[in-house]
Design a protein around this ligand. Structure first.
Ligand SMILES: *Cc1c(COP(=O)(O)O)cnc(C)c1O
Length: 400
C-alpha cells in the first residue's frame, strides 16, 4: 500500500526531534553531526536562538496578510538585500524553483518589452539543477527528471559547463539570456571558474543578453562571500536565491537590476505567500547573523580548515576518495568509481555524520555556516572512519 506521505523521496530511516547548531538528535536518542544542513538550507544552524525568537515573535504578531498590502518586514528585507548586492529590487516567493520561474519570466519579459519578443531562449548547462516545476525542469534538462511529464517547456538549450566555445556557438537571434549556477550543487558540487563567469558577463554585454545566476544553493554566504559570483568580481542582471536565505523557513527570492525588474509590473507575476511577514522575519534574522562584521571571514577560515582536513583524506584513502571539490562550505568528496556515494553516505551515517549525495559520484558537504574548526575536525575524523569502512582491502580483511 502506498504511504500516506507520497513517496517522492528515498528517505533514510532517521527521524529527528531536536537540533542545536550542527547537531541533530533522533527520536530514539541518536546524535548526529549535520554536514548536510537540510541540503544547504539550515544556514545558521539548528535551533538558532536569534532566528527562533524572531519567528516566534512575528508569529505572535501577524503571520500572513497577503501582498495586497504593504509588508514592512518584506520592505526591510528587500532593502537590505539591495544594499548588499548588485540588485535594485527583489521579488519574494517560497522556494528555489519558484525563484527560478520568476527569474526565467523576468528574462523573457525584458526582451519582449524592449522590442525583441523573439528572444526567449535561455542557454543552460549540462549538469545543471534548477528545480522540479515544468519550466525549471526544462532548464535543468536532465532526461531522467523530464521523462513522463509531456513535452518539455520550450526555450532552453544546454551546452557543456565551463566551455566558452560551446557557449558562444549556441548564441542565436533567439537567445534571451544565460542561466548558470556558479557552483553546480546537485550536479556534483562543480564550481565554474571565475574566468568563465567573467566571460559570460562579457558575452552577455556583447550580444545584449541577460546574465541570470541561480544562487539558490551557492548563495547566502555558503562559499564565504554573500554571493558566490562576487568571487569573480562580476554582477549578474538577475539572480535567484532560496535555500539558506531564511535558515530553513521557506523563502525564495529574485534579485534584479532595475533594467530587468522595471517590467514586472502589477499583474505580471505574483505569489500568495511570497514574502509574508513570517518568512521575512526569518530572512531578516538570518541576515542579522550573516552580515555581522567578521561572519563571512569566519566562514572562509573554517572552510579553509575543513578543506585541509579533506585533502588529508584524499592522501590517506586514495582508493576511496579521488579529490575534494566545490567552494567554501559547499564542497564534496569526488569518490573513486568503485565506491558509490550512496554507500559512502550510509557509512558516514553509521559513524554519526550526515552528508548529501550529489551527481558525478560526489559526497556533498554543506554544513551550517556556523560550524567551528573543532566540528570540522570531527567531520573529517568521521569521514576517515567511513573511508575505512569503504576501503576494499579493509572489507576483505574484515570478511576473513
Ligand atoms: C535546490 C535548488 C533549486 C530548487 O529549489 P527548491 O526550493 O527545491 O525548489 C534550484 N536551483 C538550485 C541551484 C538548487 O540547488
Amino acid at each position: 500500500m502506498i504511504p500516506a506521505l507520497m513517496p517522492t523521496y528515498n528517505r533514510a530511516d532517521l527521524a529527528f526531534e531536536r537540533g542545536e547548531g550542527a547537531r541533530l538528535w533522533t527520536v530514539d536518542g541518536r546524535r548526529f553531526l549535520d554536514f548536510g544542513a537540510g541540503i544547504a538550507t539550515s544556514s545558521i544552524g539548528h535551533g538558532n536562538p536569534h532566528l527562533t525568537k524572531a519567528i516566534a515573535e512575528q508569529a505572535g504578531r501577524v503571520m500572513h496578510v497577503s501582498n495586497l498590502y504593504r509588508i514592512p518586514e518584506a520592505e526591510r528585507l528587500a532593502a537590505r538585500h539591495v544594499a548588499n548586492s548588485f540588485a535594485d529590487s527583489v521579488f519574494f516567493g517560497n522556494s528555489g524553483a519558484e525563484a527560478n520561474e520568476g527569474m526565467i519570466k523576468a528574462v523573457r519579459k525584458y526582451h519582449a518589452e524592449t522590442g525583441h519578443p523573439e528572444r526567449y531562449e535561455i542557454i543552460c548547462f549540462e549538469g545543471a539543477f534548477h528545480g522540479r516545476t515544468l519550466a525549471t525542469l526544462a532548464a535543468t534538462g536532465n532526461e531522467k527528471y523530464l521523462a513522463g511529464f509531456g513535452p518539455p517547456v520550450e526555450g532552453f538549450q544546454h551546452v557543456p559547463f565551463d566551455n566558452m566555445n560551446a557557449l558562444r556557438s549556441a548564441i542565436s537571434g533567439k537567445t534571451a539570456g544565460i542561466m548558470i549556477e556558479p557552483v553546480q550543487g546537485e550536479g556534483g558540487v562543480r564550481p565554474c571558474s571565475d574566468r568563465f563567469l567573467q566571460e559570460i558577463r562579457a558575452v552577455c554585454d556583447e550580444y545584449g543578453l541577460l546574465m541570470a545566476l541561480d544562487e539558490v544553493q551557492s548563495g547566502m554566504g555558503r562559499t564565504g562571500k554573500l554571493w558566490a559570483h562576487q568571487w569573480a568580481g562580476i554582477e549578474p542582471d538577475v539572480m535567484s536565491a532560496a535555500k539558506g536565505i531564511a535558515g530553513g523557513f521557506p523563502l525564495g527570492a529574485v534579485l534584479a537590476k532595475e533594467k530587468v525588474a522595471q517590467f514586472l509590473k502589477p499583474g505580471t507575476h505574483g505569489s500568495t505567500y511570497g514574502g509574508n511577514p513570517l518568512a521575512c522575519a526569518a530572512g531578516n534574522a538570518v541576515l542579522d547573523v550573516i552580515l555581522a562584521p567578521g561572519f563571512l571571514d569566519g566562514v572562509q577560515r573554517v572552510s579553509a580548515h575543513l578543506w585541509r582536513g579533506l585533502e588529508g583524506l584524499v592522501a590517506k584513502h586514495p582508493s576511496v576518495v579521488e579529490a575534494v571539490r566545490g567552494r567554501g562550505l559547499l564542497c564534496g568528496l569526488k569518490l573513486k568509481p568503485e565506491v558509490s556515494n550512496g554507500d559512502m553516505q550510509g557509512a558516514a551515517v553509521a559513524e554519526g555524520l550526515l552528508t548529501v549525495a550529489a551527481g558525478m559520484n560526489v559526497l556533498r558537504l554543506a554544513p551550517p555556516l556556523v560550524i567551528t574548526e573543532a566540528e570540522a575536525d570531527e567531520a573529517v575524523e568521521l569521514l576517515d572512519r567511513a573511508c575505512r569502512r569503504m576501503t576494499p582491502s579493509a572489507a576483505k580483511v574484515a570478511a576473513k
